[in-house]
Design a protein around this ligand. Structure first.
Ligand SMILES: [Cu+2]
Length: 256
């Protein structure tokens, strides 16, 4: 193998392939970031709670944080695919630009990946905290949620049971969740909350719906044959409509 002059050997960044990779990286980073964040908007529902707004914001932030890393992998691939080939058994004269076994490169990558993990952890916990906030609201409505193969039932504080979830807008609601048979997961898609429903145990989650409309409740834990159909709707209505629904429902139950 041809030895390189020490001055050239140390300046690996002057290698044409490294420069090419850098240019690819400069192009790919914003491309992945922009495409990724637009893709999230297309695939995620319009938020119906502050928590979901936070989740979508987090997905965008993580996409931008991951874009330079993904872009580096793609840039190296693109350089490898577009650089001139080398044939023969011997390595090319300039092959000594590898950075494997470089303590500095290892240390840099460990520090960068640790910082990225820490960033993801801290920003994730901040959004999770928002979900926790509604748990401690004094004016919150409490609803017991029971999952069973393959339906959700809702018990309100007044003892009445409903197969449809009605909630007033802008009022915090605490869900006490359990299961009658196997593990399920209570998921209100547009509100960004999801919590396991375990038999013999009650879990809690809370949210404040901030948009009037009809949203999806699904099971997010594979729970048997009809798991995919274990879904119903949550109706978020004005406070007046909610009171009316409660009164109508009580009247219906009194008659039956
Ligand atoms: Cu399920």
């Amino acid at each position: 193998m041809t030895e390189l002059k020490p001055s050239t050997k140390n300046k690996w960044w002057k290698h044409p392939d490294v420069k090419k990779t850098f240019i690819f990286w400069l192009i790919f980073t914003p491309a992945i970031g922009i495409f990724g964040t637009q893709f999230h908007v297309l695939s995620m529902p319009d938020p119906a709670s502050e928590v979901m707004g936070g989740v979508i914001g987090l997905m965008r932030l993580f996409t931008w944080a991951a874009a330079p890393v993904a872009a580096l992998v793609f840039a190296i691939c693109a350089t490898a695919l577009t650089s001139s080939r080398h044939y023969g058994d011997n390595p090319p004269a300039d092959a000594d630009h590898q950075i494997s076994n470089s303590p500095r490169a290892n240390a840099t990558w460990i520090v960068v990946s640790a910082m990225l993990c820490l960033f993801a952890l801290v920003t994730g916990l901040v959004v999770l905290q928002k979900e926790g906030d509604a748990l401690h609201e004094e004016n919150a409505i409490h609803v017991n949620v029971t999952g069973q193969q393959w339906a959700w039932n809702y018990d309100y504080a007044d003892g009445a049971r409903s197969e449809v979830l009605y909630l007033p807008v802008d009022v915090p609601v605490v869900f006490h969740i359990t299961s009658k048979d196997v593990k399920h997961s209570f998921w209100i898609v547009e509100m960004g909350i999801k919590m396991d429903a375990n038999p013999g145990y009650t879990t809690e989650t809370a949210v404040t719906p901030n948009k009037i409309g009809v949203f999806n409740v699904r099971c997010a834990e594979l729970c048997g044959l009809l798991h995919a159909y274990m879904q119903n709707k949550v109706h978020v209505v004005s406070k007046a409509d909610y009171e009316k629904w409660l009164a109508d429902r009580s009247a219906l139950e009194a008659r039956s």
